[in-house]
Design a protein around this ligand. Structure first.
Ligand code: 7RM
Length: 664
């Protein structure tokens, strides 16, 4: 533990003295005023009940707020009923806001669509009817495998409208990953597209679905295919249906199905410390309450005037909570962009901010660091004066990137909200409030009103100001996960066992002398690459599934742009060693293994470098000492090797590594 917290930049972080209070104008008109902290702490449950009542429309009002008697599974607003899509769409139309734009879509090639709440209601209704025609009913699971196009949001809302549980699988994941998620959730229908636009060209998606469904027996009866690129696709008659045809055949009205507050809204798979991804389960009432509350207060959303843009893909939890549910529940107008920030040029994002007058931007530190690398003359060419709030999520944001973000993108004027949360927490937990908090570069600072977070030491004692340890969430919160799909025991073991009965987030953290929280990264075998969670074990499993690999060890090495990068150490099987005359970093074997990982998991999991070694450093009990491999990967002198079974191993590895250049 101490070792993992031994972050070399920590001392700098904790001497941070810069603070940026909100402007008097912003403070005066902000949705969240300072009193909110007192209100929430005086009567926490009453506060959440108030949020649930004022932010959502219930078809059956709840009387019970929290029931934690079956801990760790919580029930929030348990006797209430509601429909997520009714809340995200219909009620805005009923309130006379049907003409307000919900989604401003910009495709990577530059095609655009503007979808009002009234149009969204009609599209989602048709899609809900189409799912019904295919036999999907309340409680069924639907897999969604789509690029960032409006249909991704429409598909999610169509599921929620009929009470079907969606499982969105990131479009960058492989057929193998899709297959295992379809199997785990017993999905009945898959919604996909022919392809999407990526880096200036059409990239296919449907073949991965075909490949996934050919891997074995599944419960999938139909595949709905959105036509996005017009690419040729293979067709399985009787199973595959064009989305457009299915929707055209349906009426554009549909009665949303009220569900219990604890009805499963979605499953989202995320990497854990073991090889198998966990299906994180979220339910309806509590999740939506916290999404709406955080979106309104952390981003200070004014639905009539703001243009909000969250750059996250729908395949990640940020896309669920802050593209689909939070903004739409609050009646926001938001930009949805399909492509990458550098296509066709490195100013594309800033061009979009200017074009649409974006006022609130929510993105990840890795994107900010990439833009820093491209130089500030790129954003300087655009008018970014519409921006008033900037958000960050996914990993710790280093103070340099924070300052750059504020100065170059925010004209030294916009508050930055550094938001800490997880797939498991469902919504933002720790963050400044833009009209209240004097922000500090690099710190997520304070738990939101209604949220309890603390930092404990190994013995489970609060460390207090100036102390470091494990981040814990001692009290239940509305958007908390309700379990791991199909694996109750793993749910208990993973989150509730380190400190019995208390949620352990897996992150290390430290309080500064003001009592502000600084997140220090994961303390387990989870890596964070460009804000994406990857499991070391999962990548190791992918590597050893290749016939040439005997053994593999993976570590996350710090990387200037992506935060961490995947570095793998592999021992080849005898035949493979013989086959390759040269096993250095550009060799065939290494290239093949990198592609193999991309195929097994997805391109984001591709190791930055793979080192072929003769031995791996192991303890006498056979545990791989990843700490030493991390030293090597980060070009540090190798630390304490006394627990190694054979301490000459590290010399062997280090000498082999020095020559190795980094791959793309
Ligand atoms: C939303 C999301 C969760 C992990 C989490 C942390 C890290 C996320 C921040 C952060 C420092 C932040 N969900 N993390 N946000 N670390 N400051 N503001 O990212 O499930 O994919 O990842 O990400 O380690 O445990 S996630």
């Amino acid at each position: 533990m101490t070792e993992q917290l031994g972050n070399p930049t920590l001392e700098n972080l904790l001497t941070e003295t810069r603070a940026f209070p909100p402007s008097p104008e912003l403070a005066a008109q902000a949705n969240a005023q300072p009193e909110i902290y007192d209100r929430a702490s005086t009567d926490r449950l009453g506060f959440w009940a108030e949020q649930a009542r004022s932010l959502l429309t219930w078809s059956t009002p709840f009387t019970e707020v929290l029931d934690f008697s079956d801990a760790p599974r919580a029930r929030w607003f348990g006797d209430g009923q509601l429909n997520a899509t009714y809340n995200a769409v219909d009620r805005h139309v009923e309130a006379g806001n049907g003409d307000r734009v919900a989604i401003l879509f910009e495709g990577e090639p530059g095609d655009t669509r503007s979808i009002t709440y009234a149009e969204l209601q009609r599209e989602v209704s048709r899609a809900a009817n189409a799912l019904g025609t295919l036999g999907v009913t309340t409680g069924d699971r639907v897999a969604i495998y789509l690029p960032m196009i409006p249909e991704a949001v429409i598909a999610m809302l169509a599921c929620a409208r009929i009470g079907a549980t969606h499982s969105v699988v990131f479009g960058g994941f492989s057929a193998e990953a899709l297959f295992s998620r379809i199997i785990d959730a017993d999905a009945k229908v898959v919604i996909t597209s022919d392809g999407g636009y990526r880096r200036g060209r059409a990239s296919a998606l449907k073949p991965a679905v075909d490949e996934a469904l050919a891997k074995g027996e599944t419960t999938v009866t139909n595949v709905l295919v959105v036509r996005r690129t017009g690419q040729e696709v293979d067709w399985t008659a009787g199973r595959d249906i064009w989305w457009d045809d299915a929707l055209a055949a349906e009426p554009d009205t549909h009665l949303p199905v009220p569900v219990d507050a604890e009805h499963p809204l979605f499953i989202l798979y995320t990497s854990g410390t073991t090889g198998k991804p966990k299906g994180i389960l979220h339910t309806t009432g509590g999740y939506l309450t916290q999404c709406a509350y955080t979106h309104l207060n952390v981003f200070d959303l004014k639905p009539e005037t703001d243009v909000y843009w969250c750059t996250a893909d729908i395949g990640w939890v940020t896309g669920h909570s802050y593209v689909t549910y939070g903004p739409l529940i609050n009646g926001a107008t938001q930009l949805l962009y399909e492509g990458t920030p550098d296509t066709p040029h490195k100013g594309r994002w800033w061009e979009l901010v200017q074009k649409y007058g974006v006022t609130i931007l929510y993105t990840a530190p890795t994107a900010i660091r990439t833009c820093m690398k491209w130089g500030e003359d790129v954003p300087d060419q655009f008018d970014l004066s519409s921006l008033r709030i900037l958000g960050s999520v996914g990993e710790p944001i280093n103070p340099e990137a924070w300052m750059w973000y504020r100065r170059v993108i925010g004209a030294d004027r916009t508050p930055i909200v550094d938001t800490w949360w997880q797939t498991e927490t469902g919504a933002i937990m720790i963050s400044p409030l833009p009209g209240v908090t004097a922000t500090k570069p690099g710190s997520a600072q304070v738990p939101l009103p209604g949220i309890v977070a603390d930092i404990w030491n190994d013995a489970g004692e609060p460390v207090g100001k100036g102390g470091g340890g494990y981040l814990v969430l001692p009290e239940p919160w509305p958007a908390m996960l309700r379990g791991i799909w199909g694996d109750e025991q793993r749910f208990k073991d993973t989150y509730w066992a380190r400190f019995p009965g208390i949620y352990f987030a897996g992150d290390g953290a430290k309080y500064d002398d003001d009592g502000d929280i600084w997140l220090l990264g994961r303390v387990d075998d989870v890596m964070n690459v460009s804000g994406h969670r990857l499991s070391t074990t999962e990548i190791e499993s992918a590597l050893v599934s290749h016939p040439s690999v005997a053994e593999a060890a993976v570590v996350g090495a710090s990387d200037d742009t992506t935060g961490q990068a995947v570095v793998a150490f592999v021992i080849l099987r005898g035949e493979a060693v013989g086959r390759a005359d040269e096993v250095g970093e550009g060799s065939d074997v290494v290239a093949e293994l990198r592609n193999h990982v991309a195929k097994q998991i997805g391109p984001i999991a591709k190791p930055r470098s793979i080192l072929v070694v003769a031995e791996l450093p192991k303890t006498r009990s056979g545990k791989i000492m990843r700490r030493l491999l991390r030293d090597v990967a980060e070009h540090r002198p190798v630390g304490d090797v006394t627990t190694l079974a054979d301490n000459s191993v590290m010399d062997l590895i280090s000498s082999g590594l020095n020559a190795a250049p980094a791959a793309d």
